[in-house]
Ligand binder design. Structure first.
Ligand code: PLP
Length: 387
């Protein structure tokens, strides 16, 4: 038998999945590793999907998405993200993952280099591996607020570099890029004629402002932006995301959908239409709950003297456990086995994530504070015991 694809065989599993699977074998584990909202999809959104299915919206839709949804998204992008865009530049995809996959596919040829954040969401590197791209990681540092340093990035650029991926608000650090930081990064991209893929799936989960700044506002012809319904409306399983691309590129994104996914299913698109045009108080309610949880958890960590980032957006705490001297993967296994608390090892997000763990705020406040309390006690005990 001839060997299956070497790239796919060698591709590592996401370290996020590993701890998730292990946690599922421990009864009574507190699940602070989850990367999805713990709220149900709001009822009016579910009802819209039901109505659509009953009404027969059950056939293929255009590859780029149902026209009314693309129009509504263009409107959302203009009013909430500050980027004026015609609906023909908006492509509806099966989740932001597919939008990211299509963006890399439409922009790059095998062997091209793409710059991705470290720590960064593991799927970026997995997509690069699948598409035979060379993923070069740019480090994000605690003392720089985990925002990308343009000089560090510039040193990594070579003639083979095709695109930079930005993620703000960030998974896992919760950092948000300010407008001036985005402007500098976009200038850097322009100087080296690079594309920018901007992952903004947490755009509306922000704590200290109304919405995160959009990279495309700075240079719309250079940026492909990816958003999602998954986190904003607690719709992870519905699989609806969308991309905004310059017109020359949006037609290529659409082209990639024909032989891969064809389209997002109709009822999910109608649910998304209801989500984006219906009452937005559901989003404000979830964000307010994440803020309460963030503040409660941060209070415990600060009290225990454990270094951590205070997230400005997304729903994760990024906690420095390097004081224990234990690798982040071992720390997570040990915390799970001895304290029944599941958190994600920072090393799953790249080499710069070593020494950190990610805690999700997608658990109700009582469980979260109980879990953070156990984590804080363990950090203290293991820091002394292991020295
Ligand atoms: N981008 C980031 C940074 C994420 O954290 C996630 C999901 O965890 C995604 C993209 C994927 O979102 P979707 O469910 O829309 O595919």
């Amino acid at each position: 038998m001839r060997e299956p694809s070497s790239a796919i065989q060698q591709m590592g599993r996401s370290g996020i999945r590993e701890i998730f699977d292990l946690a599922n074998t421990i009864p009574d584990a507190l699940h602070l590793e989850m990367a999805e909202p713990d709220f149900p999809t709001p009822a009016h959104i579910v009802e819209a999907a039901h109505r659509a299915a009953v009404a027969g919206v059950t056939t293929y839709t255009p590859n780029a998405g149902i026209p009314e949804l693309r129009e509504a998204l263009a409107d959302k992008i203009a009013t909430r993200n500050g980027v004026e865009a015609a609906a023909d530049r908006v492509v509806v995809t099966p989740g932001a993952i597919a939008a990211l996959f299509s963006s890399f596919l439409a922009l790059c040829d095998p062997g091209d280099q793409v710059l991705i954040p470290d720590p960064g969401w593991p799927n970026y590197a997995m997509i690069a591996t699948m598409q035979r791209l060379d993923a070069v990681r740019y480090p994000l540092r605690f003392d720089q607020g985990f925002t990308p340093d343009p000089e560090t990035i510039e040193r990594l650029i070579t003639p083979k570099t095709k695109a930079i991926l930005l993620n703000s608000p960030s998974n896992p650090t919760g950092a948000i890029l300010e407008g001036s930081e985005l402007a500098t990064l976009l200038e850097l991209a322009a100087d080296h004629d690079l594309w920018v893929i901007s992952d903004e799936v947490y755009d509306e989960i922000v704590f200290d402002r109304s919405v995160a700044p959009a990279a495309a506002a700075h240079d719309p012809d250079r940026v492909v932006t990816v958003w999602s319904f998954s986190k904003t409306y607690s719709m992870t399983g519905w699989r609806v995301g969308y991309a905004l691309a310059p017109r020359s590129l949006s037609s290529l994104l659409v082209k990639t959908q024909e032989p891969t996914t064809a389209c997002v299913n109709g009822p999910a698109q109608m649910a998304a239409l209801e989500a984006v045009t219906g009452p937005q108080s559901v989003v404000a309610g979830m964000v307010s709950e994440y803020r309460t949880r963030r503040d409660a958890a941060v209070g415990i960590l600060t009290g225990a003297g454990i270094p951590h980032s205070v997230p400005s957006g997304a729903f994760y705490l990024w906690i420095d456990v390097s004081g224990t001297g234990i690798s982040s993967a071992d720390f997570c296994r040990r915390l799970l086995h001895s304290c029944q608390v599941a958190v994600t090892p920072g090393s799953a997000f790249g080499r710069s994530g070593e020494g950190f763990v990610r805690v999700s705020l997608a658990s109700e406040t009582g469980l979260l504070t109980e879990g953070i309390g156990r984590l804080a006690t363990s950090v203290e005990a293991w820091s002394t015991a292991d020295r």
